[in-house]
Every structure is written in structure tokens, then in C-alpha cells.
Design a protein around this ligand. Structure first.
Ligand code: SF4
Length: 458
């Protein structure tokens, strides 16, 4: 039976209610919300679906927890961050790094990045003493570079405010850059066994199926109910294992499409299994509309070096090296031609500052940009943007004497005043902190070169 939330008749919680004794304030809830909101949510689940009645029986909750924990002991994946201890308990730094990375991409990719990260920054101090440039290099390709930056700033805060020791208190944890309610609960519970439930997408899915909750998981109301429910079901004594078990169940058994209820340790408590409605959950309404964008990338090659820029004012690529590019269209609407011309003028100024001959500006600028050749098109997905990238290439003749300096130079003035520029070899491009879509541009270039599609131009 599906729980419908229309016109719920909410009742005031009774002081003797067993559930009131079991709940603990979640890190992102105020005490007031805890008293009024969550118990009513739980009562609502009970009232609307008789299969959920086991929530009122403490022994059943305990059996549910035991079944899940025993399954986890036998079936957990051997992930590297689960086997690193510090003073007999999981290393909180490792939990922090792995949880931050896991918000980015799939486990298999994270394992690689995680190992590389720990080889470079084995502890909080080494991370705090590194540079953002180095951090971005190690993170390169994972996307969401802001998270890497916050991890780095967070490490500096831990060193300066907490003497290099990550605190075990969720409020103190949330005072550290990059640590929100989710990561605070994950560090506090997994590393210190503190009784806080962790709610990621896997947990939302498992809970929505267990109790047939048809609330939108992205709505505030839905999120509050799921968090309260997760907190209510948490094994307070074994919070670390329990949280990981719930997430593991969602990641390996109660998966979005190919869920395997026959292998599920909590099948006997699952309402959607009993009503064969697993596919209806979780409910995701109001999906974020995806925007479309077309950009043009200029690959400027001179003596096996590529011109790259770094512009801190560009939101998507802040502080990362990128090939020059200009936006052509947003959601089907062309950007005024003037903007493209102005960007090309700016690019021309950079080239001129490297020694590109300036005869008569408009003429030499036009002949340069006319000589770019299209080499292909790729697609890249950001969270809310689908980007089509048109790539154009030009080989500048080595008869022109350009100076390719080792250090980055800055171009001041105009709209792009915070831009730095530098010439990179292919190898340097691969090793540098560049965004994933710029990596794809480089891969396209290398593919074309390998297949000799561009013979005419090499
Ligand atoms: S029984 Fe099936 S739907 Fe229910 S929690 Fe287990 S895997 Fe998910």
C-alpha cells in the first residue's frame, strides 16, 4: 500500500511513545523541529500503511538492525577506506576524503583517486601544507573542483583551529569548510561511532521502498521525513556499521533498477516487497531542468605547445587551466556575435604579447581566426548543463618567433582581466589540473591525430 501524504491528520505525540525515547537530534535539525516534526512523520507512516506497524515494536526494530548488521559483516565490499585505522578506530581523515569523493562519482573511480590522494597527502597536515594547484592536479578529472578546494581549506582549518585533530562532534565538524550535515554525520558515526544517521541517495531509496513513502525525496518535507526515519531506525550502539550497512544495501542489493529482493536481509520488513511496488520508489518529482550550451574551443598549437588560460572569474572552471573558449549558444539562443569577436580580439592580444606579429590588427586577427579548422564535436554533462563543444585547431607556423615562457603570465585589462596564460606541452596538459571537458577536448585531439584524420594539418 502506498503512503499518500494528502491531508494528513496530524496528532500531537504522546509523551509515553516509545519512539520519542529512541530519537536523537540529527545534526541538521533544531530541537524544536525534532519535537514537533519527526514523531508526527513516523506516526503518519504507521497510520497510513499497516505493513509499517513493526516500527512500534522495539524488538522488531532490533531484529531488523541485527539482520542488516549480520548481512553487512558477511557481504561488505572490501573498500580501502574501510580498512584503515588510527588508534584502533577508522581514520576520520580517510572517512572525510572518501565520503567527499563518493559524492562525485562511482566507487570504482573513487578507489583509484582515493589511493592516489593518500599517496600525495597521507594526512591532514600534508594536505594543509600543500598548494591548491597540487590539490587540483590530484583531483583533476573528478569534477566539482570546489569540493577539492573546500577539502584543502578544511584541512587548513583543522590544523589551525583543532591542532590537526578532526573533532568528533557534529557541530564542530560542521564549522569546518566543506563539511555539511551529511559529511559531519558520516565522519562522526563511521570514525567515532557517534549515534547519527547518514542519509545518502542509497539510504533514501532503501527507506522509501521499506515504507512505501511516496514523498518527493528532493522536497524539504521528504528529506526531513527520511532523515528522521533514518535516525529513528539507527542502531545507536553500532552506528558506524549500521550506517555503512544501509548505504551498502542500497549500493549493492536495493539498487535503482536491478534490485535483488531475494538477497535482501530486510525483505521481511519491506512494504514495497510485500506489495510488489518496488519500482514506484523512490519518488522524484520536479527534476531540475537541464540547460543546453554550445561552446567553441580554440586549440592553438605552436611547436607542440598549446595555449592555455586560467580565469578565476569563470564559475565553472574557476582556478583550472583550460583551452580558450567562447560560448556560442545558451538554450538555443545565439550569443551576440560581438561577444565572440571581442573574445577573439582578447585572445589575439595574448598571442601578440607572446610575439605574434601585429601588422594591421584587424587583418592579421582575421587571417588567424580564419585559419582555424574544425576537428570535431563532443558532449559534456555538468549537473544542470548539457554542453556541446565544437573544437577548432590551428597550427601556428614556427617561422613566427613566439616566446613560450615557463611561468604563467597575466593579461590585464578588458573583461578578462584576471586571466593567466601559459603554453603547455601535451604531457603537461595531461598532468595539469584541467576540467573533465577539457580532458575530453585533448582526447579528441589525440584520437584525431592517431587516426591521422588530421594528416593534412600535421
Ligand atoms: S526487499 Fe527489495 S525493495 Fe525491499 S529493501 Fe530489500 S531490496 Fe529493497
Amino acid at each position: 500500500m502506498v503512503v499518500h501524504r494528502a491531508a494528513p491528520k496530524r496528532q500531537k505525540p504522546e509523551s509515553t511513545d516509545i519512539r520519542k525515547k529512541r530519537t536523537t537530534v540529527h545534526p541538521n535539525q533544531t530541537k524544536k523541529k525534532q519535537e514537533i516534526g519527526d514523531l508526527e512523520d513516523l506516526k503518519y507512516l504507521l497510520r497510513e500503511n499497516k505493513n509499517n506497524q513493526w516500527l512500534t515494536v522495539e524488538k522488531e526494530i532490533s531484529r531488523f538492525q541485527q539482520s542488516l548488521l549480520q548481512w553487512y559483516e558477511k557481504n561488505q565490499r572490501k573498500l580501502p577506506w574501510r580498512y584503515t585505522c588510527m588508534e584502533g578506530q577508522p581514520n576520520p581523515y580517510h572517512v572525510w576524503v572518501s565520503e567527499t569523493m563518493l559524492q562525485q562519482t562511482k566507487v570504482a573511480t573513487v578507489i583509484e583517486y582515493y589511493k592516489n590522494w593518500l599517496q600525495t597527502f597521507p594526512d591532514i597536515t600534508s594536505l594543509a601544507e600543500s598548494s591548491l594547484e597540487r590539490v587540483n592536479e590530484i583531483w583533476a578529472g573528478l569534477g566539482y573542483y570546489r569540493r577539492a578546494k573546500l577539502l584543502y581549506e578544511g584541512a587548513q582549518t583543522v590544523v589551525s583551529k583543532f591542532g590537526g585533530k578532526i573533532p568528533d562532534d557534529v557541530n564542530l565538524l560542521q564549522s569546518i569548510p566543506g563539511i555539511g550535515p551529511y559529511t559531519a554525520a558520516a565522519i562522526a558515526s563511521i570514525a567515532f561511532n557517534r549515534p547519527y544517521a547518514v542519509c545518502d541517495g542509497n539510504v533514501f531509496r532503501v527507506l522509501s521502498r521499506l515504507f512505501c513513502i511516496d514523498l518527493d525525496i528532493s522536497s524539504t518535507e521528504g528529506q526531513n521525513l527520511f532523515k528522521n526515519l533514518a535516525q529513528f531506525l539507527l542502531s545507536k550502539e553500532r552506528a558506524a556499521d549500521y550506517n555503512q550497512a544501509m548505504m551498502e544495501l542500497g549500493a549493492t542489493v536495493c539498487t535503482p533498477k536491478n534490485f535483488d529482493c531475494e538477497k535482501c536481509p530486510v525483505q521481511s520488513w519491506c512494504s514495497s516487497f510485500q506489495s510488489s511496488t518496488q519500482r514506484q520508489f523512490p519518488v522524484k518529482a520536479n527534476r531540475v531542468r537541464q540547460n543546453n550550451e554550445e561552446i567553441q574551443v580554440y586549440l592553438i598549437d605552436y611547436a607542440d605547445h598549446f595555449l592555455m588560460l586560467k580565469n578565476v572569474s569563470r564559475n565553472l572552471l574557476g582556478n583550472l587551466w583550460h583551452f580558450p573558449f567562447v560560448t556560442l549558444k545558451r538554450n538555443g539562443n545565439c550569443i551576440p556575435e560581438d561577444e565572440k569577436l571581442s573574445y577573439e580580439r582578447y585572445l589575439f592580444r595574448i598571442l601578440h604579447s607572446c610575439g605574434y606579429p601585429l601588422k594591421e590588427v584587424d587583418r592579421s586577427q582575421r587571417s588567424l581566426f580564419d585559419s582555424f579548422v574544425p576537428i570535431g564535436q563532443i558532449e559534456h554533462l555538468f549537473t544542470h548543463i548539457k554542453q556541446t563543444i565544437h573544437v577548432k585547431l590551428v597550427h601556428l607556423s614556427t617561422e613566427i618567433q613566439l616566446h613560450l615562457e615557463e611561468t604563467a603570465k597575466r593579461m590585464d585589462g578588458g573583461n578578462e582581466e584576471s586571466t593567466e596564460y601559459k603554453w603547455f606541452t601535451e604531457e603537461q596538459v595531461e598532468k595539469s589540473a584541467i576540467s573533465r571537458q577539457m580532458k575530453k577536448v585533448m582526447e579528441l585531439y589525440q584520437r584525431q591525430k592517431k587516426q591521422q584524420v588530421l594528416n593534412l594539418f600535421f
